[in-house]
Design a protein around this ligand. Structure first.
Ligand SMILES: Nc1ncnc2c1ncn2[C@@H]1O[C@H](COP(=O)(O)OP(=O)(O)O)[C@@H](O)[C@H]1O
Ligand SMILES: [Mg+2]
Length: 166
């Protein structure tokens, strides 16, 4: 299942992140890709706000990942693998622990780097961002499991309802 979507401004990207957060289960991994400035952090800030996180979300480039607490007392991990090149470096950050603890929601910028890792078998969703012009971004949601197919089907209906999609 694929949803191709055009965001017309940063607020729309943020709101889309908030709407997307309502689709999430208790434990999820989302892999975000796209060049710098494509809108990944903006989307994640919207998702965090939808989960009741009050802090400002900024890129955790130096920390690699930041941990927040959602309104349901779940962990929300915002990671950015931009500066990491090898799977060994990524694993050494300790982020892997959050994939398997069954209580975390993990959003990873440059997360598709993980797909090079043979052991990465999470039921994750991919979100690809691309720059169209100053204010427009293309956002593509891709699922590769029945469970995420169903969620994206629902999400598509939500986007249509608020007239974000035709
Ligand atoms: N439609 C849009 N969606 C998201 N960001 C946008 C959009 N139009 C302009 N922008 C700007 O682009 C930048 C996106 O930055 P950010 O979300 O940090 O990107 P990334 O995390 O992918 O590097 C912000 O300065 C934002 O204001
Ligand atoms: Mg970012």
């Amino acid at each position: 299942m694929i949803i191709e979507f055009i965001s017309k401004n940063p607020e729309m990207t943020k709101k889309t992140g908030t709407l997307f957060s309502k689709m999430l289960g208790r434990f999820e991994v989302a892999l975000l890709s796209g060049e710098l400035g494509a809108g990944k952090t903006t989307f994640i800030a919207g998702a965090a706000s939808g989960l009741g996180i009050k802090e400002n979300i900024s890129s955790p480039s130096f920390a690699i990942f930041n941990v927040y607490t959602t309104r349901n007392k779940r962990k929300f991990i915002h990671a950015d693998l931009y500066r990491l090149d090898s799977i060994d470096e990524i694993i050494n950050t300790g982020i892997e622990d959050y994939f398997y603890d069954n209580k975390s929601i993990v959003f990873i910028e440059w997360g598709t780097k993980l797909m090079l890792w043979d052991y990465f078998k999470m039921d994750s969703v991919e979100i690809e961002f691309s720059y169209l012009n100053d204010t427009k971004r293309m956002i593509i949601f891709k699922s590769s499991s029945r469970r995420w197919d169903k969620k994206l089907e629902k999400f598509k209906a939500v986007l249509k309802k608020c007239r974000y999609l035709e």
